[in-house]
Design a protein around this ligand. Structure first.
Ligand SMILES: [Zn+2]
Length: 85
């Protein structure tokens, strides 16, 4: 496989969601190609980071609440400009 052929599969390879045949082809290329090796490393690191964030459920809740607060504040300020509580 060429780098161009391997690139679309790097993310799936990092997810370990390729079938055995494709996985073997991608692995063989990555093992022999420093460029794709580093792309793969970066992809794995990004996924690890994303996973660390996405597993923190309270954080999703926090953003929802923060967004609601911001919207309330914006619409509140618009309705009563100049008034200080
Ligand atoms: Zn390559």
């Amino acid at each position: 496989m060429t780098c161009g052929e391997v690139q679309p599969f790097i993310e799936d390879y990092a997810d370990n969601s390729l079938d055995e045949h494709r996985k073997k082809q991608v692995k063989e290329h990555i093992d022999s190609c420093p460029d794709c090796q580093s792309d793969f490393d970066i992809t794995v690191q990004l996924k690890t980071l994303l996973r660390a964030f996405s597993t923190e459920e309270p954080e999703c809740d926090y953003f929802e609440k923060a967004t609601a607060l911001i919207i309330a504040k914006i619409s509140g300020d618009a309705g009563q400009s100049g008034e200080v509580h």
